[in-house]
Design a protein around this ligand. Structure first.
Ligand code: FMN
Length: 301
């Protein structure tokens, strides 16, 4: 398997089997456009946008590139009908989702491919059985919310999860969690992944427009998985604000807890590998990742 010649390239119509992970409230449409224009798959982080904001974000990407991109939503019961309506209407090449199983049938009818999220091989099987086209295997290292939907919030290390998912399903498996360089990409492809999805690595690109405090918090405090900030387990920088919330009373259900937490201070989500992330323009990062993966893959290509 290699980045240029993976089933994911043909499926999604992309040159490189690299996905810019969707990051709600953290990844503007310009980032998705830059990544897609560079030959990978950019993602519009649609999960927390209103109907009008989502439509505007999709159109902003379309105005900047005619290449394929994904629109990300949360699965039911967190999905608003009007969000799905915008996706069906705008018809991006791919609709990715997390937190459950989104029925792919209406999307498929509209010519939209689906990319689910699994945190165990059981969840991978459930997604394949539901008919999704491909899945992201979200390892323990991943930044942001855990996409788990079957049995608790297991933290399976990425390499183990990819191997288990590749064994369990025949649809393409995309590896996500802590990946920031080509050597790790080559390792994932060697385990049978059809591609990779990177979130934190793209937070460090100027197109993400993250405030310096976010990047600094990830670098200096390290990260932890906790439900203390939003009511649902997610990996974020272990800041004093988060420490205080973790020591406090049990959180309210997701997402109400977020309103309480926001009064204490900001949340800086991210994965385990901020230290290895590079502050490069998105297109340059994509090109470097591809070159490094090719070099590290040796004769695999
Ligand atoms: C700041 C941030 C926000 C995220 N928001 C979303 C989201 O809205 N939808 C989603 O499916 N995944 C979201 N994720 C998880 C990513 O899709 C992906 O699993 C993760 O970024 C991979 O790990 P990495 O950050 O170490 O590369 C988010 C991750 C981060 C870091």
């Amino acid at each position: 398997m290699n980045l240029h010649d993976s089933p994911l390239c043909e499926l999604f119509g992309i040159e490189l089997a690299i996905v810019q992970a969707p990051m709600a409230n953290n990844a503007p449409p310009a980032l998705a456009a830059a990544v897609s224009e560079a030959g990978a798959l950019g993602s519009v982080a649609g999960a927390t946008l209103s109907r009008d904001e989502l439509r505007a974000a999709i159109r902003e990407v379309r105005a900047a590139t005619d290449r394929p991109f994904a629109v990300n939503v949360f699965a039911p019961p967190y999905l608003e009908d009007e969000t799905l309506e915008v996706v069906l209407d705008e018809r991006p090449r791919v609709c990715s989702f997390s937190f459950g199983v989104l029925d792919p049938a209406p999307l498929c009818e509209a010519g939209i491919l689906t990319l689910g999220t699994a945190t165990t091989d059981e969840e991978a099987r459930a997604l394949e059985q539901a008919g999704v086209d491909a899945l992201v295997a979200q390892g323990a290292e991943a930044g942001g919310h855990r996409g788990s939907f079957l049995d608790g919030f297991p933290l399976v290390p990425l390499a183990d999860l990819v191997a288990a998912c590749v064994d369990a399903v025949s649809i393409p498996v995309v590896a996500a969690g802590g990946i920031v360089d080509g050597a790790r990409i080559a390792e994932m492809l060697g385990l049978g992944a059809a591609g990779v999805s990177l979130g934190t690595a793209f937070l460090f690109t100027p197109e993400a427009e993250r405030p310096p405090e976010h990047l600094e918090a990830l670098r200096s405090f390290g990260t932890v998985v906790t439900d203390a900030y939003t009511g649902r387990p997610m990996r974020a920088a272990r800041t004093p604000v988060l420490e205080e919330l973790m020591a406090g009373p049990p959180p309210l259900p997701f997402p109400e807890q977020r309103r309480v937490s926001a009064q204490k201070g900001p949340l800086f989500m991210g994965g385990t590998n901020a230290a290895g992330s590079r502050e490069l323009p998105a297109a340059e990062l994509v090109a470097r990742l591809a070159a490094e993966a090719e070099k590290a893959g040796g004769d695999r290509r």
